[in-house]
Design a protein. Structure first.
Lengths: 506, 470
């Protein structure tokens, strides 16, 4: 324990200021006691009570003097602390502009200060989100409802009310929208163009935007409608509104729909609506069957095919000659025949399942709808595709797009098992994602590759050159340790090739 | 769809990272740090929404509130006299003790209140010591009641017994009166539950020396204009609840010449001046009954949703609404957030205590924090925090009080007339500055800080109001 006493003669400060400063000092780690008081008898007695070793020095103070007494662990830099304190005493003159960083308690407070808002982004716990969303709609704001765990009844109430007021209700559980060039929640930076997207899934929209960007195509709007919009109960309420909006929007010349297959009755409503829209349409209902032919409408089988169709290129994805060369050289290393996909993006995982199920049978996934494809138990022996953003993995932790730690554990486990020849990993760039999405994982992968040279890692970075994290920078981190695919679809195709599956068969 | 061509102007409710991303994209964002609604009873809110559609009922309410406010604004509180409680406080029986806050049982009384009750019994001569006092109280021979039921207010424990001197404040415009004891000063005092010999002696001194002196002085000076002193003090750094230095000084300046004239005995005068000089909060015990007398003028106005009382007893917080008469709407008194004197912390604290929230009900005290920025340091805030507390109170009040202007708000009048409906709609609770008492009797003040009126009081009041007027 060390202690220090400083006397500032004839320096007056009022007691409340001194009390605040004392408290601040006491909170510094390692400080045991901190007293900053005028030298009245009462204050002197108090200091002597706690720091008797300072008695002699303290006794000389008068009530016009400022006493500073501190003690704490030996490692404390007392001089530095006292220096800091003196600065504070000189006057915290920062009157400060608090309005910019002001935090409000509720929507009403915000609007009272300033009426000029047009959208609310809501990411609070689901059980409370309904009320806030309804309040926002009642105030005439569009709503981006990122929160999940909103009941289906509440979703219907919100969407019906939103439609009655010509407002967007994007969600619940809506991860991505891009309105007038601004990304909301998880979104990639891209250029403005004339393709409008309506998506019932976050990473689905992201992948479509990224792939279109690679073809030099930009978007007008991307409207997220939430994962349950196309169920029978909700009846496609937002999908139908969004179709109307994009149909009338001057800047949208082509409309893209992305979702899992809608319920049959909803599908019919969508078809009815589509028939009234002249603009060319591209429909990506992953896993969909019985696609009714519609005027000026193309059906695609994958997210990256959307881009090829819009760019009027050949529908089918082909592995380039450079790619095949790259792959031939690593193929021989493989000595196990199972595949594992560890995904952050749920839709990408679902797309992978769709693209791989025929060649990789039996294959399991936690996003599977079919009984026989559901994961029975994780024993690190089977072909498996895992969506790590699923509730099971995110209890008490952030989503893997923000916090890589859960996936790092799984990577190690799957690699160690020795049963896997190929591991697929997705990385998302853009707003909402981790500032450096690849870095920590790349560190681990280096180690994993050393210990498991026969495991081939394929990565896909879902990002554009405009994303702030830096596409090239992140790609460079993976260069030596992984094959880097240009789309989720290509990643799957590469996996098929490496495991000797027919890459031309769907 | 207009939105497709507009820049986004976003209200972000939840994750701060979304705000940062939007700012990165150069968009306008306001951040709402959301926390669950203070109002637990969602059906009540639906009922309120329905009520708000009844334009005739709303019309009646607005008219009634206007009327109530005018009565408060026109009120003129004067210190006219000082006398024994038993002589002037209505319906005070011979063995009755008054306490601060809403009704409470002996078992539930907070430490300081119990201590002060015991002290009162000893002071009155009903009991020799605490054991005897407790017997009297438990047997019911000594009864107790709320100060507010007798036009009285008391700070902290707020104990008033028949032989205690009370200031008499008259609202001369309307003739109604309010009463409050003499503030004992610092150190071991009854209002914090101390009852040792020095406390009783001081109370006796107030009775035997101070009261007659002040009584004579007031006869000579005439009524002292408390509204005037309050208004000046708000320009001098006081808010007249937790900060009373200026108002006390102004009062002293006004009464001093008459105190001199009223006493031939130099020693007595010395004692009186010493007492006043050492007491930074003397004016609190004038500020409170002044506010009480103004608000009492606005009681019992049908349809009015204006609060006439906010009060605490260390166990519960209670409010009263003009149109709902003497009914109390109570909830658990909250813990005070603030600064503690060395050696003390939250775990030592008594929950919110005292009738002094009558000052906030009147729109001063915590509502006028902008006038007394030094107060906000108690929660480690900055000057603009004091200003923003005051500003936010405007959104739950009905009108502006131009009798009490606040320099830091460009001399805007203080907020006046807490409206029950506005508190519920905006989910903004009245803010109160207060001292913190140690939870054990007799220890005294251990800090000061900021506390809010519990939302449940307003929920209950609203339920009653809607039942009455639907």
């Amino acid at each position: 324990m060390i202690s220090k006493f400083i006397l500032k003669k004839d320096e007056y400060y009022d007691s409340v200021t001194l009390m605040v400063i004392s408290k601040t000092l006491s909170n510094i780690e390692g400080v045991e006691n901190a007293f900053v008081y005028m030298g009245t008898e009462m204050n002197k007695d108090m200091i002597i009570k706690f720091l008797p070793e300072l008695k002699n020095e303290v006794m000389d103070s008068t009530s016009n003097d400022l006493m500073i007494a501190i003690n704490g662990e030996d490692s404390l830099d007392l001089d530095k602390i006292i220096e800091e304190l003196e600065k504070q005493l000189k006057g915290d003159c920062s009157s400060g502009e608090t309005n910019k960083n002001k935090a409000y308690k509720n929507i009403n407070e915000v609007l009272e200060d300033d009426e000029d808002y047009n959208i609310a982004v809501i990411s609070i716990a689901g059980e409370y989100a309904f009320r806030e969303a309804m309040r926002a709609l009642k105030k005439g704001l569009h709503v981006m409802l990122f929160s999940d765990n909103v009941s289906i009844e509440d979703e219907i109430k919100l969407k019906e009310y939103a439609r009655s007021k010509n407002l967007l209700l994007m969600g619940p559980d809506c991860g991505t929208s891009i309105l007038n060039g601004t990304g909301l929640c998880f979104a990639n930076e891209t250029k403005k163009g004339d393709i409008g997207i309506i998506g019932a899934s976050g990473t689905g929209i992201q992948e479509a935007v990224v792939q279109l960007n690679k073809e030099g195509l930009g978007i007008s709007q991307a409207i997220g409608i939430g994962g349950r919009d196309l169920t029978s109960e909700v009846g496609g309420l937002m999908m139908l509104s969004a179709l109307d909006y994009l149909a009338e929007d001057q800047n949208t010349k082509e409309i893209v729909l992305i979702s899992k297959p809608p319920a049959q009755d909803v599908k019919e409503k969508i078809i009815e609506k589509i028939m009234t829209i002249d603009k060319p349409k591209v429909i990506c209902f992953i896993d969909s069957k019985d696609n009714k032919e519609l005027p000026n409408t193309k059906y695609v089988n994958s997210l990256s095919e959307i881009a090829r169709v819009c760019a009027q290129k050949d529908n089918k994805l082909k592995l380039s000659y450079e790619r095949l060369d790259e792959l031939k050289s690593v193929k021989s290393k493989i000595n196990a025949n199972k595949i594992v996909g560890l995904y952050c993006g749920g839709t990408l995982c679902a797309e992978a399942l769709h693209l791989l199920r025929n060649s990789m049978k039996p294959i399991y996934s936690n996003v599977a709808k079919n009984e026989e494809e559901k994961i029975k138990q994780e024993d690190y022996k089977d072909n498996v595709l895992i969506d790590l953003g699923d509730d099971k993995y995110t209890v008490g932790r952030a989503h893997p797009m923000i916090d890589p730690s859960v996936r790092l554990l799984e990577i190690e486990k799957y690699a160690k098992s020795g049963n896997y020849g190929v591991m697929m990993l997705d990385f998302e760039l853009g707003y909402g994602s981790n500032e450096s999405p690849v870095e920590e994982t790349a560190e681990l992968l280096k180690k994993v590759k050393e210990e498991n040279p026969n495991l081939i890692i394929i990565s896909y970075i879902c990002g554009t050159k405009e994303d702030y994290q830096g596409y090239e920078r992140n790609k460079a981190m993976l260069e030596e340790i992984s094959i880097i695919a240009d789309s989720n679809e290509e990643m799957c195709k590469i996996a098929k090739y490496l495991l000797n599956k027919d890459i031309d068969k769907e | 769809m207009k939105l497709f061509n507009e820049k986004l102007k976003v209200i972000n409710i939840g994750l701060k990272s979304f705000k940062n991303d939007l700012e990165m994209q150069g968009q306008k964002v306001a951040q709402v740090n959301w926390s669950p609604s203070l109002i637990k009873n969602i059906e009540l809110l639906d009922e309120l929404d329905e009520f708000m559609l009844k334009t005739d009922k709303i019309g009646e309410m607005e008219k009634a509130n206007k009327k109530a406010i005018k009565l408060v604004l026109d009120s003129t509180p004067f210190l006219v006299d000082i006398d024994y409680a038993k002589n002037v406080i209505p319906n005070l029986s011979s063995k009755m003790i008054l306490h601060a806050g809403p009704p409470v049982t002996w078992e539930n009384m907070a430490g300081p209140v119990k201590g002060a009750m015991i002290g009162a019994c000893i002071y009155e001569g009903w009991a020799k010591d605490d054991k005897e006092a407790i017997k009297l109280i438990e047997s019911g021979e000594v009864t107790f009641d709320c100060c507010h039921h007798h036009n009285t207010v008391g700070p902290m424990a707020g104990i008033v017994s028949p032989s205690m001197p009370v200031h008499i404040i008259e609202n001369t415009k309307f003739g109604n009166k309010a009463f409050c004891t003499v503030n004992e000063g610092l150190g071991k005092v009854l209002r914090f539950g101390a009852y040792e010999e020095s406390v009783i002696n001081r109370l006796k001194w107030i009775e035997n020396t101070y009261m007659p002196t002040l009584k004579k002085a007031l006869k000579l000076s005439g009524p002292i204009d408390l509204r005037n002193i309050t208004a000046q003090a708000l320009h001098m750094g006081d808010e007249c609840h937790n900060r009373n230095k200026a108002s006390t000084s102004l009062f002293f300046r006004e009464i001093a010449p008459y105190l001199v004239k009223a006493t031939e005995n130099a020693e007595k005068l010395d004692e009186v001046f010493d007492f006043l000089q050492k007491n930074d909060h003397y004016f609190l015990n004038l500020s409170m009954p002044a506010c009480k007398s103004c608000l009492d003028a606005a009681r019992n106005i049908e349809h009015s949703t204006i609060l006439t009382v906010m009060a605490r007893n260390g166990y519960e917080f209670g409010i009263q609404i003009s149109s709902l008469g003497d009914k109390w709407f109570t909830g658990k008194a909250e813990e005070i957030k603030g600064l503690y004197f060395p050696g003390y912390s939250e775990k030592d604290a008594c929950p919110d205590l005292g009738d002094s929230a009558i000052t906030e009900t009147m729109g001063i005290g915590g509502f006028a924090m902008a006038a007394a920025p030094s107060i906000v340091q108690f929660v480690g805030g900055k000057v603009e925090d004091a200003i923003s507390y005051s500003k936010s109170m405007y959104s739950i009040t009905t009108d502006i009080n131009n009798n009490y202007t606040i320099p830091n708000l460009n001399f805007k009048g203080s907020s006046l007339g807490i409206d029950l409906l506005k508190v519920i709609e905006k989910e903004i609770r009245p803010v109160i500055n207060t001292g913190v008492a140690h939870k054990d009797a007799g220890v005294g003040q251990i800090g000061a800080g900021i506390v809010h009126a519990p939302m449940i009081c307003f929920e209950k009041a609203l339920g009653e109001y809607l039942k009455k007027y639907k």
